[in-house]
Design a protein around this ligand. Structure first.
Ligand code: HEM
Length: 179
């Protein structure tokens, strides 16, 4: 499916939207690396980016808990707003599908680059729960488990607490990650 505007135009619109809606001080435009790769190579980027922008703008309405297991994590993400709860379910399922087919996003962020490089080692089970979604993420590979934990705690949970301002910063690889 072709898009109504180029990725650069989309980023300008997204930046204006986020600046208008977020209650933080005014933000600079979103950096290109927040989305990557370009829309010609990824026809679903536009659709997924719009949903991600919604979640970031409404981050104060989202709650999240992460429980660690030996083989990964179990994360529960909810919102009292029914429409947002449904958006959370949709985002988690779309990201699961991206991992299954190896269709990367946010590739200039080192953690997301490493996650998608390991996409064949990751298993995600996405379950709707009242108010949102529960995701059990596991791997038989201990290095991939390090990435799952780092993503759950230092990417998604920080996006929930910090919104757009946090999403503008990259996510470090986990301490001890083999170079
Ligand atoms: C407030 C903002 C966000 C929320 C609430 C959110 C929520 C979630 C949830 C619930 C999952 C399932 C895994 C888990 O629960 O740990 C997930 C996975 C994922 N999200 Fe988001 N997300 C947000 C922002 C973003 C952004 C900014 C990106 C990238 C541009 C992104 C990309 C991904 C990817 C690639 C996955 C699959 C990787 C994995 O689970 O290991 N998310 N997100």
């Amino acid at each position: 499916m072709s898009h109504p505007c180029s990725r650069r135009e989309f980023l300008a619109v997204a930046a204006a939207l986020l600046t208008a809606c977020d209650q933080q001080p005014r933000h600079a435009p979103l950096p290109d690396w927040m989305l990557t790769p370009d829309d010609a190579a990824d026809p679903e980027l536009w659709r997924d980016a719009q949903l991600i922008a919604d979640l970031l703008v409404r981050h104060r309405e989202i709650r999240r808990e992460v429980a660690h297991r030996s083989t990964g994590v179990r994360a529960t993400t909810t919102s009292p707003a029914a429409d947002l709860a449904e958006r959370l379910r949709l985002h988690a399922e779309r990201m699961r599908q991206r991992l299954v087919r190896g269709a990367p996003i946010r590739q200039a962020d080192p953690l997301f680059a490493a996650l998608f490089a390991h996409h064949r080692d990751l298993h995600l089970e996405v379950t709707p729960v009242p108010g949102g979604v529960q995701v059990v993420e596991t791997s038989a590979d201990p290095v991939a488990v390090m990435l799952l934990r780092q993503h759950a705690v230092h990417a998604v949970s920080e996006f929930v607490s910090g919104g757009v301002a946090r999403a503008r910063r990259p996510t470090p690889l986990p301490p001890g990650y083999p170079s």
